[in-house]
Design a protein around this ligand. Sequence first.
Ligand code: MG
Ligand code: NI
Length: 473
Amino acid sequence: MRKLKIPVTRIEGHGLITLSLDGEGRVAQARFHVTEARGFERFCQGRTVWEMPAITARVCGICPVSHLLCSAKAGDAILAVRVPRAADKLRRLMNLGQFVQSHALSFFHLSSPDLLLGWDSDPARRNVFGLMEEDPGLALDGIRLRAYGQQVIEELGGRRIHPAWAVPGGVRAPLQEAARDRLAAGLPEAMRIIQDAISLYEGHLDDWAEEISAFGDFDSLFMALVAPDGTWEHYSGHIRFVDSDRNVVADGLDPARYPDYIGEQVEGWSYLKFPYHRETGYPEGLYRVGPLARLNCCDRMGTPLADEALRRFRALADGKAVTSSFHYHYARLIEILAALERINGYLSDPDLLSDRVRAEAGINELEGVGVHEAPRGTLFHHYRVDEHGVISWVNLIVSTGHNNLAMNRTVHQIAQHYLSGREVTEGLLNRLEGGIRAYDPCLSCSVHAVGRLPLRVELYDAAGRLISERTRA
Ligand code: MG
Ligand code: NI
């Protein structure tokens, strides 16, 4: 089998795709490798549960807010406390700010150059600077929208995100009235920007028909948290699985009992595990998480404008699940709208300014699971502690892990569709990268490696011998 390895560049962290051809030159196997691991779960052993939000916020330079909140929730479970109402709302508000900034970065900065300038356009211009020349209004909108999400986070956590604003039992500091008023002032522009972006996306659906059909369009399960009444949820609730027809496969699952329904398979060629739906088995139990999954799993968004958008989204698949991973982009935009509508609701909530924001308690449970929806998908933090709260064991499942099987399936589909001959063209490489980027993977997070690592290209001959290698910093 002939093997071509190519690097994945415009996603955070480090990755490698290998394509293996059969005797007829067809794609027999496609693998997305995650090849760096730093043993973060082991590194946490010996620290206390109170330190964990600050420590895990440093798991990843890309999504510290997600780990901060999820770790605090695992701590709540170990303290066995009910978080004060104001603190619960403040944490939710921060998570919504993280949705806005993270989704805006993904769509406007990382993905829209391909979508709007074209997959085969000049690679030197196919980036946010090229977009700035082509459509400066859109590029600036993206920057402003992301800045608004960032502002929500900073008004709560401090200018340089306090490494432990969220703590087991609540949060350290309430929101100041002046900060709330600044957030209210910025909201109308953010709302205008996201509604324009959704119209833009919907106006291009015909132009993107080929990519929609080839970028990971397959039947699978979807997993997400939903509220007790089935409404879209980002912070608590229970786990639901639906299939491609949007039949509910499992519902009301306790997130703390995730090992009952999620298995984690290890493969020798990737450091990232392969979670699967246990009852369906491996690898058939492939499920997707994140924006696409949350929109497929929920019954409604729960806010007026986002619900209108959800109706248009559902119409793409006649009410069944939207199965193309290309539409992660669409789902991401609708979630920004939902997040802004909810932020608006919180800003007029008097609870938000309460200074009763932290429940104090000792160690009341020796094991705890925190789960919430990070922008990229469902995040689990699972800790075991001794009677002093010292960590003895940690398991994290991050969204990029949940989507690992789906990303592999996606690169296979893209390679089958676009590879011609025996050459990895720039256009193919860009589409493979774009197919993975639709999931907005955080490889920093998944492998617990911060920063960029050297990229490697390896070329194997038909007998599996390495005949060419290229590394760039
Ligand atoms: Mg793990
Ligand atoms: Ni991350």
